[in-house]
Each structure stands twice: as C-alpha cells, then as structure tokens.
Design a protein around this ligand. Sequence first.
Ligand code: ADP
Ligand code: MG
Length: 280
Amino acid sequence: SSESPAAAGTVLLGRYELGGLLGRGASAKVYLARDLLTGRSVAIKSFPNPRAADRQGAIEREAAILRRLRHRHVVRLHEILATRKKVHFVLDLAAGGELFSLVDASGRMTEDLARHYFRQLVSAVRYCHARGVYHRDIKPENLLLDAGGALKVADFGLGAVADSGGGRSPRHTACGTPAYVAPEILSRKGYDPAKVDVWSCGVVLFVLAAGYLPFNDASLVNMYRKIYAGRFRCPGWFSPALRDLVRRVLHPDPAARIDADGIVAHPWFRAGASDEELGR
Ligand code: ADP
Ligand code: MG
C-alpha cells in the first residue's frame, strides 16, 4: 500500500501527512491532512471501496462536478489520489467545522446572522446552477465554514449536471435527506433540480432562524405529508419580511416557488446590516 508509515505515528498519502478524522458521511471518511510541500492544511475525503459496482460512477461524477466549480463559497478540489484500494479527494480544508455549530443555546441565530450565511449559500447555489450543477443534498452537515468563518458548500456526492444542451431536463432520481427534500421529489413525477436546491436552501434558512425544522414529525409518513402540503408555521419572532420569504421558498408547488433570482431580489435578502457592518 502507498499509505506507508514514514515515521512512527505518521501516515503519508503522496505528499500529504494524514491527521485525524474530521467527519464521515454515507460514502466516505474525511481526514485532516497537511501538504508537506507547502505546509498547508487540507481535507482528504477517502472513498473506501471505489471499485464497487455502484460506487465508481458516483465518485467519477462527484469529481467531474468539483472540477467545474471554483467559487469562494464552494469547497474546492485540489487533486485526486488513487491508491491500491481507495480513491482520495484532496479538498480545501473547512477548518471552522459545520455552520450549525454557530447557533446559540436555543439552537438558532439572529436574523442578521442567518441572512449573512444565507447570502453566502445562495451565492454558491446560483453559481453552481449557472455552471449547470445541481447539488441536490443541501443540508446542515454539508455546509461548512473555513478558518476565516466563510461558508463553504461541501459534498456534491448527489450532484447532477445539466444535459449538454444546458437544459434542466426533469430528474427522477429520488435523493436528498428527508427533512430537506422538496415535495415534488416525493411525488416522483420528475422535478427541476434547480427548484429542489432552492427548497432545501429554504429549509436551511428556516432552521437557522427558528432553531428547529419547518417540517418534522416522529413519523416519516406524517413528515412527508406536511412537506407535500407545504404545511408549517413560522415562529413568532420571525420578522414579517422573513416570513414572506420563507413562505415563497417553501411553496409546495415548484411552479409557484420563488427562484434563486427572486430570492436575491427579495426585501429580506437585501435588507439589514451589510456583511461589513456585521464585521464578518
Ligand atoms: P459524504 O459524501 O459521505 O456525505 P461528505 O463530503 O459530506 O461525505 O463529508 C463528510 C463529513 O466530513 C462532512 O459532513 C463534514 O463534517 C466533513 N467534511 C467534509 N469535507 C470537509 C472539508 N473540506 N473540510 C472539513 N471537513 C469536511
Ligand atoms: Mg455528506
């Protein structure tokens, strides 16, 4: 194996010295690592069984998507390393951990702070859509922070690419995470991946400002019913403008749902303290 010990307690992967585990998802484990050439810290996402029949295509697709993207709020792919048994993505390190670590004791953040991060999320999503990439799994675990506190969208493992004509042909793959999934995915009639990303951005915004999920139930069936009907209640502390935006984003009919351009033009999105004034 090329993951050979260089010194006691040191594991090398090419020019990278592997450190501790940063996180894990369904498909991979992510490790802290140091680039011995530059001294910089990176994150290495290791796929354990890349040659499994169902994994190979998915890893190649995730790599192809990451190579297309270069944006200050999207985790960047530096290179791909293949060892005998594994494939590793060398990524920008999001040293600040998950966005949701910033919520207060009640599990939420101020509207100004929620707006600050929502703006960064929406700018990343608009960029991806303009490049023909749809994330399809926007949720807290995939929204990270870099050392400077900037939001980084991670994990394009369920991402989709627009067809070569640049069109947004309807998709049928059911994907995402139950609480963040758009109603049209549940109805399995085909969906526009851009609208599905907008929906899950809306769920994230709600959670940041409310401290709890808009659609939740001990029973998954009941939760899906609520999502399908677009049935939720905003907490009393939401401002009227935020309520209005959330209602437009979490609209169960994708044709009537606000799109990313509409979000950017919405009064709540434009209002409030500028990011400079927030000192971030
Ligand atoms: P999966 O595709 O298996 O879900 P992810 O890409 O979501 O894997 O990574 C799993 C977890 O590892 C994330 O939820 C996050 O906590 C952590 N992680 C992923 N990428 C980075 C990164 N670039 N920097 C720091 N932590 C990361
Ligand atoms: Mg993930």
